[in-house]
Design a protein. Structure first.
Length: 252
């Protein structure tokens, strides 16, 4: 029996599956990952600085560049791929409890995953948030202000700095969102990791949480992860093919 078949049997036998996705599921939609061979930070290590909260707060030039990058982000034109659609099918089969994602691109919801099951632990690019008063607004509204000539648009309520509603390095996760993710890891029979290199904490520690609570761990990622040794099954194949193949075996 190959790894994919073993993985499918585990998923089919599980009552509740929690899925954890990372950048690897969106690369086939044209959104570059961070640490892969063609990753944003692999090719340009200085770009990592753009994602620290301290730099964002103190460097107006970096904020202006960040707004341009948001306006040019691949997510605005990206379409969900076969991997995203496979998880919609897994949900429809009644097995998926929650879909925890590190991605900020909104492609799971665009594919048809129920928004109430998608837990965006690193936030979303589709909203902007004021760093002073916390007010949120749709990102497209703020990007329209950028396009109209405000290179670093302030909060219209309090004048504070605006940022995408995503988690930067040095910024804490939203505690309510994080608790929901931990609960989803604690209460599942199987944690299916799809396209995460499991190098970012605390999200990667959801593997420890799930296994500690008695769940099986299944990892599908193009490259090795620090958690492969803890996994029941590891599938190291291109996700856009392996994930649909897995779900087809499960729902067949
Ligand atoms: Zn404000």
């Amino acid at each position: 029996m190959d790894q994919l078949e073993r993985a499918a049997r585990r998923v089919a036998a599980a009552g509740t599956v929690t899925v954890l996705t990372g950048a690897g599921i969106s690369t086939d939609s044209g959104i570059p990952d961070f640490r892969g061979p063609n990753g944003v930070w692999t090719k340009n290590p200085a770009a990592e600085r753009m994602f620290t909260l301290q730099a964002y707060l103190t460097d107006p030039e970096l904020r202006r560049r960040s707004w341009q990058d948001r306006a040019d982000h691949a997510a605005w034109t990206a379409q969900p791929n076969a991997g995203h659609r496979a998880l919609v099918e897994l949900e429809r089969s009644g097995r998926m409890g929650a879909l925890v994602t590190q991605n900020i691109d909104g492609l799971h919801q665009a594919a048809g995953s129920s928004p109430e099951r998608v837990i965006e632990v690193h936030g979303t690019l589709h909203a902007a948030q004021c760093l002073s008063c916390g007010a949120r607004s749709p990102m497209r509204v703020v990007l329209a202000r950028v396009a109209a000539g405000e290179p670093d648009p302030p909060c219209e309520l309090c004048g504070g700095l605006l940022k995408s509603a995503t988690i930067s390095f040095g910024q804490a996760l939203d505690p309510r969102v994080w608790r929901t993710a931990v609960r989803a890891a604690q209460t599942c029979d199987l944690l299916l990791v799809a396209g995460s290199s499991l190098q970012v904490h605390p999200v990667a520690s959801l593997c420890d949480v799930a296994v500690g609570a008695g769940a099986r761990l299944l990892i599908m990622n193009a490259e090795a992860t620090p958690y492969d040794g803890l996994a029941d099954v590891v599938v190291r194949e291109p996700l856009a093919e392996a994930l649909p193949a897995l779900v087809e075996l499960v729902v067949a």
